[in-house]
Structures are given as C-alpha cells and as structure tokens.
Design a protein around this ligand. Structure first.
Ligand code: ATP
Ligand code: MG
Length: 550
C-alpha cells in the first residue's frame, strides 16, 4: 500500500533527513497508552507508521506507553497486541514496554539535575498551575527553583525511596517561566504516586510524566521519526529540549499529522469507555463502535480498513472522513470474496399449493455470479418456503413488482409463482401467503414464454435453520451532535435492531467470523460472541448499496 500514498509533507521531511544523513535507518513506532481499546484512528497511526518504515527499508516498533499506572490494565495491553497482530503489521520480534525504561529515565532525570536543568519543587499541583500563569500572563518562578544540585539529588533520591506522600514534591525541568509556550514553563517531569504498576509492581513510587517519558522512549529505541497527532504540536519544543539535553547523538524528530475523525461514529477512548461503563454497548467490541475489535466483530476485514486509511490520506489539517467511505471499502473487499446466500430476516410463509407436498428438489446457482471461481451453490425447494415480509403486499403501492394477489414473480433460482390468497394473525399481520407455481418456468437455462418484473428470494422452510440477525444504525448522529452539553455521549437508542429469521441449511455449518452476502439484505458476519451451536447470530456489516460515490 505504501506506493499508493502520495508523497506528503512527512515523506518530504524524511527524505531530506536521509539526504543529510541524519539517521542510519528510518525507525517509526506506534505508542498506545493501555487505557482502552484501539480504534480506527489508532489503526491509521499503526498502518501509516508501519508503511513509512517499510517504504524506507527501516523498522517499526510497537511500544506500550505504560507510564501511568492509574488508568492502565492488562486487559487493554492484551487487546492492543491482539488488534495490532490482526492488522498484520510487522513490529519485529517483540512488543516493547515504556515501563522497561524506568531505570534509564531515572538516570536521565539525574543527568538533568546534575546539569542544573531540573529541580525538586515542593509546590502542590494546584500551586504549580497558579505559578504557571496563562496565555496572557507570564509565570512566576517557584520558590524552590534555586535549590543546589546536591539538595536536588538528595531530595529526588528520597522521593524515589518513598519518603514523601503523593503530591508532596515533584521534579521539574528548569527552563523558562516566561516562555510564551506554557509547556516550557518548568514542566513537571516526575511525580510521586504510590501505585502498583502492571509491569513493575511496587518497584517505583515515582513515575515520569508523559511529556518527559515519551521523547526518552523514542530516543532510547533509536526512533528516527516520531509521527504523532496535531495536539502534540505545542509539546514539540519540550520534546526537543529533552532529547537534546539528555545528549542523544541522533535525536528523534517529532512530526505531527491530523487525527482521523469519522462522521457518525464516536472515536476517543474516554467516550467509548463511558458507553462501555454505562452498559449502553455490549463491551469494547460492540459492533456499533469503531474500535478495531468492534470492526472485526462486525465483520470488517483488515484489507478494507487498510484501503480506507489509504484513501483517507495524511494531512496537516483536521477534517472528518465520511463513514460511507469505510462502508464503500468493505463492500469492495467482500464483493467478490463472499458467497451469496439466502437468509430471510423477517419471515412469512409462502405455501405453494400445486407443488407436491412430499417433494424436495435440489436447485443450483453460482455462489457469486461475479466470481464463478467460488463454484456453485445447492439449495432445496419444497412446497413450504419463507419469504421476506415486505416482499408481499396486501395493498401494493405503485410500481410494486413483488408479490401481491394475482401477481407473478420469480423465486430466485427456482420457479415463477403467483399469489392466490393470504392469512393474517389477530393483529392483521400477514402470516402465510398461498401461491401456485408453473413447472415450466424453472430457472435452469430454459426459455420462458413470459417475463416477470420481480424476483424475490426465499429459504425452504423444511430445511431452514433459525437464526438471529443484528442490524445496526448509527450510534451517534453528526447532525444531532455527538455529545451532550455535559460531555456525555448523545447516543441513538434505536441503534440496534434484532430480527429473528431463517437461513438456508448450508449456512448452519458456518463458523465465527464467516462472512456472506445475503441476497438483497447486505453483507453479514457470524458473531463470535453470541452465536451458539443451536443458534447462529449474524451481524450486518453493511447493506448492499448506497448513494456514496468515490
Ligand atoms: P484518544 O484520543 O482516542 O483517547 P489517544 O490519543 O489518547 O486516543 P494514545 O494511546 O495516546 O491514544 O495514542 C496512541 C497513538 O495513536 C498516538 O500516537 C496518537 O497520536 C495516535 N492516535 C490517537 N488517535 C488518533 C486518531 N484519531 N487518528 C490518528 N492517530 C491517532
Ligand atoms: Mg492519550
């Protein structure tokens, strides 16, 4: 795919650096914080970083940025690794953990103290904020700013040894309280937190702050280009300050690009977590979400995701990609790969009164008329079938070509049938339609003396299996606003529609994540979580058509 991404501002910078021999090798990374599942935006970062490393013959690291034990969990670590593996990018032999560099980071903090570039400060977090000033007002020096190197060393070791409580002291970089960039006003680089870490256990009670840890992680790994999203642009001066003052010979360069946003979906871990925690969705992999796990469960393929990311491009300005582009990509990917099968989502019975009651025929159609290599599809036909409720009308509107009393249609792959009468339940809903068939109209290549305007699909009631279908509507709506004023997600309460219907017999052997096109109903994926031996559950990935044009 790397050949298809046109040379953008990032590649131009990389090629300049290569010409100037700034780096021996191009090394990129994806550094997720294990505080949630990865989403489609992260997929963009993963695929793009990887494609850059590959394009320039370098390598790509997967590094868990696990420096904040408060929010991080092993469940998230495992899900991240699973998702990155599924996307199929090569991150070398092993997953890297930022927490494995805690010793080195501590040593760099000592180096900065020894250079007079860091000091221990006794101001509380609130006081630090107050002293920092704001965009209109310069900051004020901390009263602890001029401690001697010896005093700073002693206090910092004491912090490490657990002598102080959370929040009692911090280590801060000594830069410039008057800097126009707030991130340069003596940022805190270490804080005290008596917390157990998922990797290092109780070894540490001081933890590096993200803005200090991140450049060090990159530099320690020999990353050449640290590609990140735009919100880090203002942090770049401090990134450079850290890698330069910690004396790395070939310090990494940070270059920012715009986040991927998608219309009509919610990205952002904290919003997804909110929906998960409140039980509004069925876990981080609920198919209405756009976490990678959710997309996979819904039935998206990695090929479709990669194609989508390629088409959505890399830019320096924030914008939203159309969710319909993602749908276009999955349709394109599944169009030729999937078998076209019969499933009835909202069934009514069709009884063919002149067809022998004890007869069952085996009929045959190609699995996919656009890809004959998939072979042919055998299915049964008898006098009792299921058809879709909306393929019969008591009172047909204009231009309704499907079944109504007196009208003849083709049953896909089978015969012409003409509706004669119907039955309803107590509520007036149709339960059974009766019809007659014409045995001379079998769809086996023969010429039929008359044409019909409608073709409908069916499953044979005598061999069909029950199945559950999950149809998804947007969880959030762009126009109604994705968020409420109080920061909660403004979600659609009708985003999940469940249908209980039937599948043709062959489908009953399907396995988790098998994908099909169901005639006229869309592309479906077998849900790995809800399907049982007795009842398969199918997630609708996407319907068959849209007005979207590339
Ligand atoms: P979120 O904003 O969704 O909570 P995050 O940025 O906090 O995500 P991290 O784990 O910190 O998530 O991000 C890991 C990497 O993924 C970072 O390099 C970040 O820039 C990148 N990233 C996060 N969201 C997107 C996005 N929407 N598009 C592209 N890259 C992203
Ligand atoms: Mg983050």
């Amino acid at each position: 795919m790397e050949n298809n991404i046109s040379k953008n501002f990032i590649e131009q910078e990389i090629e300049k650096d290569l010409q100037e021999k700034k780096y021996d090798e191009i090394v990129t990374r994806f550094p997720p914080e294990p505080n949630g599942y990865l989403h489609i935006g992260h997929a963009k970062s993963i695929i793009y970083n990887y494609s850059i490393a590959k394009k320039y013959g370098g390598h790509f690291n997967l590094r868990l940025d696990d420096t904040n034990p408060l929010k991080e969990k092993n469940e998230y670590v495992n899900s991240i690794i699973e998702d990155v593996n599924w996307l199929g990018v090569d991150y070398g032999k092993k997953v890297l953990y930022a927490s494995n560099y805690f010793d080195k980071m501590f040593d760099y903090a000592i180096l900065l103290i020894n250079k007079g570039l860091a000091y221990v400060c006794d101001l509380s977090i609130d006081e630090v904020k107050k002293y920092r000033g704001d965009y209109n007002n310069v900051g004020t020096d901390s009263p602890y700013r001029n401690r001697t190197i010896e005093e700073n060393l002693k206090l910092f070791y004491e912090m490490k040894d657990g002598k102080y409580k959370d929040g009692e002291k911090t280590l801060r970089a000594k830069i410039d309280m008057k800097s126009p960039n707030l991130n340069m006003r003596d940022p805190v680089i270490y804080r005290i937190a008596h917390l157990k870490h998922h990797n290092t256990g109780d070894k540490w009670c001081i933890y590096p702050m993200y803005d200090f840890a991140h450049p060090l992680e990159d530099a320690i790994e020999g990353i050449s280009h640290s590609l990140c999203t735009l919100e880090f642009e203002d942090h770049r001066p401090f990134y450079e300050w850290v890698v330069n003052n910690c004396e790395f010979k070939k310090p990494p360069r940070q270059i920012e690009f715009a986040k991927l946003y998608l219309t009509n979906v919610i990205t952002g871990k904290r919003y997804i977590k909110q929906l998960v925690d409140k039980g509004i969705v069925d876990g981080w992999d609920d198919p209405r979400l756009v976490t990678i796990a959710a997309l996979r469960r819904r039935g998206y393929t990695k090929e479709a995701i990669k194609n989508f990311i390629e088409l959505s491009g890399i830019s320096k300005a924030n914008s939203s990609s159309d969710y319909e582009l993602l749908e276009y990509c999955i349709r394109e990917d599944l169009k030729l790969k999937t078998k076209r099968m019969m499933a009835i989502l909202d069934p009514i019975k069709l009884v063919i009164e002149n067809y022998p009651k004890d007869k069952t025929e085996v009929l045959e159609l190609p699995y996919n008329v656009e890809n004959l290599e998939l072979g042919t599809h055998k299915f049964t036909f008898s006098n009792e079938l299921y058809i879709e409720r909306d393929d019969f009308s008591i009172d047909p509107p204009n231009k309704y070509y499907r079944l109504f009393i007196g009208n003849e249609v083709r049953l896909m792959g089978a015969y012409y049938v003409k509706a004669t009468r119907y039955e309803t339940d107590n509520n007036g809903n149709v339960t059974t339609v009766y019809a007659t068939y014409d045995e001379n109209t079998k769809q086996d290549g023969r010429q039929v003396d008359r044409k019909v305007k409608g073709t409908i699909h069916f499953v044979d009631a005598k061999t069909a299996h029950q199945a559950k279908f999950k149809i998804f509507n947007n969880l959030v709506d762009e126009e109604k606003g994705k968020l409420n004023e109080d920061g909660t997600v403004n979600y659609n309460k009708n985003s999940l529609v469940i249908k209980n219907g039937f599948i043709e017999k062959e489908l009953s052997l399907s396995k988790a994540n098998d994908k099909f096109q169901f005639m006229r109903n869309g592309y479906f994926n077998v849900d790995y979580k809800e399907s049982t031996n007795d009842l398969l559950v199918f997630n609708r990935i996407v319907d068959l058509k849209s007005s979207f044009k590339l």
